[in-house]
Ligand binder design. Structure first.
Ligand SMILES: *Cc1c(COP(=O)(O)O)cnc(C)c1O
Length: 446
């Protein structure tokens, strides 16, 4: 039995059957933006990771700065409980996150940090904070959330409950999810006019008004809905969310787990609109993809109100809260972010994606090509043949993981212009080969 066969006999993979009839590749090595894969026939493929391992590996694999930070912390201690104890990596991380967080004149800043062990858990904590805040403010009946259609916030139950009710997993758990309220998807950035944005904002306001007595918070992924469809929308919608939340006594939660740390072209997607939420979740790229870690930031008012409530505490505390090793690597990653080079990296990658993906628009299978920051999306008319496109892209030296009708990329920030060219050419060629079989071969890429 080779490794892939052993895997198939024992392991689960994300959103997969126990022994799916889908290919699997073994990672033998990873360095910079490259993965060395071995397929089930033992054949090796060197590919550029167009996915940054799901948004996380922004500084590349085996980054010397992150490697050194991990080794330094290993030589000190890897983990201690966070109940009753503290340590320098956690305190430094809280300071760094508060320093970087969105701010605006006249608006309370995000100044209190809860360290969680994954994005989904961070969302759970954010939702708890909001409900505990409302209860402590004399609104114990405000236990539901106003979410946005097309959203994705994680796979634990409360997080699933604010994911898109149709594309999310609501139908699989009808007895356990539900009770939340959904506003329509915000208009697409590419076609929205001020009137369209205004109409959306008015509808959001109407829904909030209708349910305000039972709503604790609005939750949204600012500016870019990720796993719910890679949907970019205008920053003016963030202003509308802020106004509606303020008008109806709701907290505003921004889930920046995918968008945080520069990916959309601003440090946080909220910064596109100059909007400061009351609660913000970060994760994915926080440790540069080295270890699982997430964080929930909130205003001093939210923290104090919750702490002065009847419960007297924020009711959450994971075993691995504030894991020192993860915090140390996160500090190194945020150190690189703090140097500011990400802005030029994201601009360079974004420009490469715009020009590199443009030829895909000529394919008949393609409905739209869109980019925001260092994110590039080819949207097809029909569902992607995931196995065929993934395999074809690997032949062109690119690792992608399409879903639904989307072939998309968010390259590591350390990707060169040549890496981005390889990614965009490989994506386009893969789509052309798989979805335009009956048509003329695409360019020279085939
Ligand atoms: C990935 C993601 C999550 C969930 O994070 P996990 O670490 O996978 O639990 C939540 N919200 C958004 C916007 C995400 O992209």
């Amino acid at each position: 039995m080779n490794l892939i066969q052993q895997d198939r006999a024992r392991l689960w993979h994300p959103y997969a059957a126990a022994s799916p009839d889908l290919p699997l590749w073994e990672v033998e090595a990873a360095d910079g933006v490259r993965l060395r894969l071995r397929d089930q026939d033992g054949i090796r493929h060197d590919v550029v990771d167009a996915m940054s391992s799901w948004w996380s590996v922004i500084h590349g694999y085996r980054n010397p700065v992150l490697d050194a930070a991990a080794k330094r912390q290993l030589e000190s201690f890897s983990h201690v409980m966070f109940g009753g104890l503290t340590h320098a990596p956690a305190v430094e991380l809280a300071e760094r996150l508060v320093d970087l967080a969105p701010s605006a004149p006249g608006r309370p800043g995000l100044e209190r940090v809860f360290l969680a062990d994954s994005g989904s858990v961070a969302v759970e904590v954010a939702l708890k904070l909001a409900v505990q805040f409302q209860t402590a403010s004399g609104h114990p009946q405000r236990q539901r959330f106003l979410s946005i259609r097309g959203g994705y916030h994680g796979d634990t139950f409360a997080a699933m409950g604010v994911c898109d009710p149709v594309d999310g997993m609501h139908s699989a758990f009808p007895g356990l999810l539900g009770g939340n309220v959904f506003a329509p998807r915000p208009p697409a950035a590419s076609s929205a006019t001020p009137e369209i944005v205004q109409a959306w904002a008015a509808e959001l306001g109407d829904i909030a008004a209708e349910h305000s007595g039972e709503l604790a918070a609005i939750i949204a992924e600012p500016v870019l809905q990720g796993a719910g469809g890679m949907h970019a929308y205008p920053a003016e919608c963030l202003t509308a969310m802020r106004e509606v939340a303020d008008a109806h006594g709701l907290l505003l939660i921004f889930d920046e787990i995918a968008t945080g740390f520069g990916r959309t072209g601003e440090l946080f997607a909220a910064d596109h609109g100059g909007v400061v939420p009351d609660i913000m979740c970060v994760g994915k790229a926080l440790t540069g993809g080295y270890l699982t870690l997430a964080a929930v930031l909130c205003t001093g008012d939210v923290a104090e109100t919750v702490s002065n409530g009847e419960a007297g505490a924020l009711l959450h505390g994971p075993t691995f809260m504030g894991n020192p090793l993860a915090c140390a690597v996160a500090n190194a990653s945020l150190g690189i972010i703090g140097d500011g080079g990400w802005r030029a990296d994201v601009a360079r990658i974004g420009a490469g994606l715009v020009s590199g993906l443009a030829p895909a628009l000529d394919l008949e299978a393609v409905r739209e090509v869109r980019t925001i920051g260092a994110v590039g999306v080819i949207e097809l008319h029909d569902a992607v043949d995931v196995t065929a496109v993934t395999t074809a892209a690997i032949r062109h030296g690119v690792w992608v993981r399409p879903f639904r009708n989307l072939v998309y990329t968010m390259p590591p920030y350390v990707s060169t212009a040549a890496d981005v060219e390889q990614i965009t050419a490989g994506m386009t060629a893969a789509v052309a080969e798989v979805h335009e079989r009956d048509r003329a071969p695409f360019g020279a890429a085939v």
